[in-house]
Design a protein around this ligand. Sequence first.
Ligand code: SAM
Length: 219
Amino acid sequence: MKESHIQKFNTVYQSSDCYYGQELRPEFTDYFANQNLAGMQALDLGCGEGRYTLYLAEKRCHVTAIDRTPAGIFKLRSTAQKLQLPVAASVLDIADFTFNKNQFDIIVAATVLDHLADGLRQRTIDSIQSALKPGGILYVNVFTVSDPGYIVKQQAASEVSVSGVSDTAFCMEYYYKPDELKLHFQDLTHLYYYEGIEEDLSHGQPHHHGWACLLAQKP
Ligand SMILES: C[S@@+](CC[C@H](N)C(=O)[O-])C[C@H]1O[C@@H](n2cnc3c(N)ncnc32)[C@H](O)[C@@H]1O
């Protein structure tokens, strides 16, 4: 992960209690709300301040959470410790994480694949599918070419604040094309798939995001 991106995320995570808010995507909570996750093993890649990790850990799921930005991990560790939740949180680049085969019941990658450079992104997609146990669940979401940040990137705008665009948009490495996320995970059984544009009022100026969201199960 680039040093300038780590610094940006460090700054935003230090700027508020919960920079991206505590709200999770509805398809995620709808799916897990009534499930008993006690004792299961989950992995949250690019966990940030850990909103997905905390939700799963509150259900007594053991969560391995990694992120390269120290401020997010420090915050997550301190919350998990206070609430005595089963969370192992590490400051670690995804490039340096060892994925073992059939290790996790649940893997979450929420707006992180789109932050990875090309080679690492494809390796991570392959590693996620290998690291899921048969029957395991993947939740992944990414930003798409419908995102206003994509248009700004096309115009070669740099680290300037542009109205209507997320203030962390310059940290994006890639925007997904229509159906691309679905195709990358075509060997899994798709339980839910969505692409659309939504307003985001959780941080910075009001802005929109083009989303692709997938919930899938390893056969
Ligand atoms: C948009 S934030 C999403 C955070 C969290 N998943 C959420 O939904 O609240 C993207 C996160 O990915 C992390 N990240 C980006 N590239 C990474 C990498 N190569 N290794 C580890 N973390 C990375 C960033 O530090 C940042 O916290």
